[in-house]
Ligand binder design. Structure first.
Ligand code: FA5
Ligand code: MG
Length: 456
């Protein structure tokens, strides 16, 4: 943790995060376990797998400004309003987001910085632009990447963790530039591909994936955009993303071969129609991994109001947001998302800057499983994510998974009873039943005190 960074839990209605303090209110729900993550700086440890992946991605985008030091505390305006989230959008709920107070929160995605960085470019705001590591690459933030830690109240399993990392990519064009490119290509469909490939090597790998764009009814072109313009942006975006993902996954296949595993046909990739308040049309990219389709990113043509608000109504653009852990799990063969936060040398010593290698699983220690059964409080008052946070607070990274295993409604009283199974397992030692019993007692206690349930 960086020197000078001190975390305190809330005292006298104030909460300290990364050296600044904020007033708390009825919205405050950020736990000490989460605050502890905000100072870890995994992206700045050159031999951490997430930092290796970040560097790899940055290198694939030489013409973009690169940001990786924007702090995680943002306003609700940045995280939601600036991106067109409706006032009742579920992402804003206290059950899904870590609030510092009503107006201040831990960013839930790197998209929180889209408007801020575009506007900084349009205004030539020196202080913000100076945070780019390679300022001259795109001096007005016409194109940029943001790598950062993000936070969400979410379920607990092998691919979900309440703190994770994303890389945002934003690419804008002057509308006149697209008109010229299309005119010069004489209407041929290759204009976007050619523009995406100019100045980069090994574009041939991208041909392995389809990036042809069919825009369907449920995923409309914005009324502000001409069809050719939106199709150009979508194809340029998909081509650019394909090249990056194929290039990176090819390194994973090489690493697997080196470690003697059979990559069995590599990693198939596909596009799925999606919806975001800040893009249209929108897609998600999925990669097949161990027989399942894993979603690795969301993307789309940027809503025009964002560019207008940033002071650049004559430009259009596309944006993506990749989950770094999901890609790193594929790349390094890391099966459990908690490992990224481990400081066990058997994990950390396996990686070195710039190198992709297959992680050698160290022996798994036995789990210890506990069930908790309880009657729910009055309708609507219980949310699963509150239980998730409470278990994390009591158990830290000793919790491996929490899942609902049984639910029934009492035929006479109508009351609902649920049973959750909590798997505890340490990544570096064998836990004792006594120690887990003590944690489980704390969990049961706080469930009664804070969630209002009645234990059975
Ligand atoms: C977003 O966060 C959008 N901001 C992405 C975007 C950017 C869309 C720009 C359009 C334009 P989403 O909630 O789907 O979308 O998350 C993006 C990725 O983050 C997911 O595909 C996944 O790879 C990763 N992710 C989401 N939740 C978790 C989690 N709890 N743990 C680990 N990774 C996660
Ligand atoms: Mg998603």
């Amino acid at each position: 943790r960086a020197a000078g960074v001190r975390l305190q839990s809330s005292a006298a209605g104030r909460l300290a995060v990364l050296g600044a303090t904020y007033p708390t209110d009825g919205w405050t729900n950020t736990t000490a376990a989460i605050l502890d993550k905000t100072g870890r700086g995994l992206l700045h440890q050159p031999s951490h797998p997430l930092a290796i992946l970040k560097d790899l991605i940055f290198r694939e985008f030489p013409g973009y400004a690169h940001y990786d030091s924007l702090e995680p505390v943002v306003t609700a305006q940045q995280n939601f309003d600036s991106l067109g989230f409706a006032p009742d959008h579920p992402g804003r709920a206290k059950t899904d987001t870590y609030y510092i107070n009503r107006d201040t929160l831990l960013r839930t995605h790197t998209s929180a910085h889209q408007l801020q960085l575009l506007a900084a470019g349009a205004r030539r705001d020196g202080a913000l632009l100076a945070l780019a590591k390679n300022g001259s690459a795109a001096p007005g933030n016409e194109r940029f990447l943001v790598a950062a830690d993000v936070y969400r109240r979410d379920e607990i399993d092998a691919s979900h963790y309440p703190a994770f990392h994303q890389v945002e990519g934003v690419c804008t064009f002057a509308r006149s530039e697209i008109r010229d490119l299309l005119r010069r290509a004489n209407g041929s469909a290759s204009a976007a591909a050619a523009a995406a490939d100019s100045g980069v090597e090994a574009a041939s790998t991208a041909a392995a994936l389809s990036d042809a764009t069919v825009i369907g009814a449920g995923n409309p072109i914005q009324p502000e955009h001409a069809a050719e313009e939106a199709v150009f942006l979508a194809e340029h975006m998909k081509r650019t993303m394909n090249r990056m993902v194929v290039g990176i996954l090819a390194k994973a296949v090489d690493a697997q071969k080196t470690s003697g595993e059979d990559p069995a046909g590599g990693f198939p990739v596909r596009w799925i129609d999606a919806q975001f308040p800040f893009t249209s049309p929108s897609w998600e990219m999925e990669v097949q991994f161990q027989g399942e389709w894993l979603e690795i990113c969301g993307c789309g043509v940027m809503k025009q109001f964002i560019l207008n608000d940033a002071g650049m109504p004559d430009r259009v653009g596309w944006a993506f947001g990749f989950g770094l852990e999901r890609l790193a799990m594929l790349l390094f063969g890391i099966r459990d998302i908690r490992l990224f936060w481990s400081s066990d040398p058997r994990f950390t010593a396996q990686f070195s800057p710039g190198r992709i290698n297959t992680f050698r699983q160290f022996s798994r220690h036995p789990p210890c499983t506990k069930d908790v059964s309880f009657w729910l409080p009055a309708a609507g008052a219980f949310h699963e994510n509150d239980l998730m946070d409470l278990v994390r607070e009591a158990a830290g990274d000793l919790v491996e998974g929490v899942r609902l295993v049984d639910s029934f409604t009492h035929p006479k009283s109508g009351r609902v009873s649920q049973c959750y199974r909590i798997d505890y397992r340490s990544m570096d030692r064998t836990v004792t039943n006594d120690e887990i019993n003590a944690i489980q007692e704390r969990v049961r206690d706080s469930m009664v005190r804070r969630l209002g349930v009645e234990l059975r």
